[in-house]
Design a protein around this ligand. Sequence first.
Ligand code: C5P
Length: 399
Amino acid sequence: MLNFSNTNVLLCVTGGIAAYKSAEIIRLFKKDGADVRVVMTESAKEFITPLTLQAVSGNEIHDSLLDVKAESAMGHIELAKWADIILIAPCTAESLAKITHGRADDLMGSVILASNATSYIAPAMNTTMWLDKSTQENFQTLLSRGMNFIGPDEGEQACGDVGPGRLVEPEKIVELIKSDLHKGPLSGKTITITAGPTREQIDPVRYISNNSSGKMGYALAEAAKLQGANVNLVSGPVSLTANKGINLFKINSAAEMLNKVIECMESSDIFISCAAVADFKPANYSDTKIKKEDSESLEINLEKNHDILSEVSKRHNSAYIVGFAAETANVNDNANKKLNSKNLNMIISNDVSDKTIGFDSDDNEVHVITENETIFLKKDKKIKIAREILNIIALNIKS
Ligand code: C5P
């Protein structure tokens, strides 16, 4: 199922009669899981009230560049960074001209200039205004810079004229952006990701495991799906749910994880080993519950588990292989050693001694290390870090 979960959409509403349709656009984005914030130009407020768009989006409206209160809540730079997608709908002839010329005298202009988000313009204006040479030149200029346009549609307009200039219907706008999102840089690739801890049973009721929550692996799976990949997620026991569309395989032990990963890698292009695989397992499994009455102490012999990551890198040297190095000391040195010893294309190192990141936290801060470079991704939500990591992988696969 394609959707916008964990996607931040910034809708810029400008002052045209079609502004009333922005409420429906917001509703459709939200229905598909997006978090929507709205920037309104002054003239947009003449056509639809901020209160309406606030109620539909569930977020305060952003409308002022120079208001100290508004800027302290979420400044224009923060807003620009927050957005994954910017949609200007409806976009008037005036706003189109403003964007073409990079003007920053209001919040919308400033946010657009300050953002690297994928942006879309859905123009809506009188047909003669749309066909005017100035507007057409602005349109062509923005197209040549890579701006995405949705419409305008042709048909009868509010003023009675007939021709191009109508806002594309909200359903179509949202569908187009959705299908673009899923045409991402990993489309056509299959990626296998491991996540969570493994459980190494001692007897039917006891096991050895660790604190991995699986959040990073699940975030990677979701980000990979959003980038268009076919995703296999091989997960140890965690209390997370995978998004629809991700092929989830639940396993318990490292041995089960290894078998499933080997099966998945037969048709995978990328492997990301994010799981905290138990390094050791009990050498002897007891079929029956070990009774405490039987002895005063208990010794459990452990034997080494297979290293799944090394096994995959040995078998699949044409796949792009990524490991994680959760360390508590000499983080990057140890990660670099692992990059070589496990013959990986990339290793992602993080310091698990820092309780605000890693294991059970919602945040992470990592170094992405390849043979040629080390990229630092500063502390952020795991889903954002996951997206950055996948962007880097997609770039490396291309080059
Ligand atoms: O050597 P170390 O366990 O620190 O390496 C961590 C990396 O190796 C992680 O990517 C982890 O998922 C993977 N790993 C594995 N199988 C193991 C142990 C670790 O795939 N048995």
